[in-house]
Structures are given as structure tokens and as C-alpha cells.
Design a protein around this ligand. Sequence first.
Ligand code: BT5
Length: 255
Amino acid sequence: MLVWAAEAGSTNVELIRLAGQDNLPDFTVYATANQVAGKGRAGRVWEAPADSALAISVLLRPNGASANLVPNLGWLPLLGGLAMSLTVADLLESQTVGVKWPNDVLVDDRKITGVLTELVTVAGQIAVVLGAGINVSQSQEQLPIANATSLQIEGAVLPATLDERLDAVLAAYLTHLSHWYQRFVAADFDPAVSGLLDAVSQNCLTIGRPVRAILPGDAELLGTAVGLDATGRLILDAAGTRHTISAGDIVHLRH
Ligand code: BT5
């Protein structure tokens, strides 16, 4: 089921509200090109002028998801980042596209998409609302930070009309998302068996790089990102000591 809104506050908030109220099915999509109160992680905001970007939230309530699967559901935000990254890469041939852990898609180091996942309970069952925003046709001046970009700035070949352009991006994202989600569910949420661990790792620009990790509460760690653990956490080697990071902001440092 797909709900297209002419305008929304936050698509995550709207979908969470409807999901509880209407017992919506797995993979219900709520999207708009005019999100006026977009949320980022950690209380930050996600901003885009009307008709320049897509905000897409998807309700994921896999059958059989139970409390003991919560650690595996930690892969869903990474799955969202992977699907967005594959979407952007489909449209841009010559740039380096990949994910900065956990799920910002970067094009040549500039942010083009962001993902915000929220855990909810629908009809007594654990579910995830996976929200993603993608910059489609903003100019540099319309972006809230200098280190951001849009498909148009990067020279993506997109259909001429707004509706066709938004359709193309939405369809590409939902196709990649549904492909990896189905594989993950079919493998009983096992990241290794589904191939998700390998796909996310290969697509992650952070692994192998020196990074600064800003942890919740503002503590910082400097080290080299060496991989992901079984629940999708980032493993950091800081002067020979291994740390696993489950949340925070990563800054890529120069090699
Ligand atoms: C994110 O947070 O990147 C998650 C953004 C998720 C947005 C989607 S849209 C659909 C769904 N509904 C919602 O309400 N939200 C989700 P974070 O990593 O905290 O990054 C936020 C920071 O990114 C901001 O503080 C700005 O610096 C920057 N930012 C804001 N808007 C941006 C944009 N359009 N493009 C690039 N960077 C942006």
C-alpha cells in the first residue's frame, strides 16, 4: 500500500500514527515531496524546499518479528542506507557513491540522503518505521549545509517533468529496499545468510578509514573503522583496542 501526501509534517510521524490506528500491513509506504517538519537523528532537523526532494517512510513489520529479534532489526537502518545508495548509484555513473556508517549516502563525500529509523509497536508486534530523505533537484543554495548535494547538482539524468522525476527515484528506492528486505526476511533475519552483511560492508565508505566517532553524550573516539559486527555495529580499532559503536556520528578523517 502506498500513501502519497501533498504535504506532510514528518512522514515518519504520520506513518507511525496511521500504523497504530489502522493496523497497516508490512511494507506500507508513506511519501511526499513536501515535508515541512522533517526529523533528523538525535533531535536534529531534515530540511528541503517543496518539490525538490522526496521523504519516504516505510513500515516494516515482518511476520514473526519478536522481542528476541530486536538486535537483528538493527540491520534495517543499514538496509535503508544500502537501498538509498544503490538508488543513487543507478542514477550517477561516474561519482563515488557509498554509505558513511550508519546510513548517510555520500556522493564524493557530500551528503545526498539521510535515514531515520524508529521502533514502534503495531497491534502488539514490534515494527520499524524506516524513513529516508533524498535530495533530488535542489540547487546548492537550497541545501541547508555546504557539504550536501542533490541528484540534479551531480548531473543525474532524470525525466523532465517533476512527477516523472519523483516517480523514477521513488520506484528505484522501493525496488532496492524490497529486494533486500525480502532477502533478509527469507533468511530469518540472518545478516550473513541473506548476504546483507557483505553487501552493506562492501558499500560502506567508513570501513578502512581513520575516523572520529562522536558518541551519544559527546564523548569522542579516534581510530580506524575495521568492520561491522553481527548486529551491524561499527568496530573501531583505537590504538590496538577494539570498540563497538552502536550509535553516534562518524567523521571521516583524511588518510
Ligand atoms: C539524518 O539525520 O540524516 C536523517 C534524516 C532523515 C530524513 C527522513 S525524510 C523521511 C523521514 N521523515 C522524517 O521526519 N525524517 C525521515 P542526521 O544524521 O541527524 O542529519 C541531520 C543533519 O543533516 C542536519 O543537522 C543538517 O546538518 C543536515 N541536513 C538537513 N537537511 C539536509 C538535506 N536535505 N541534505 C543534506 N543534509 C541535510
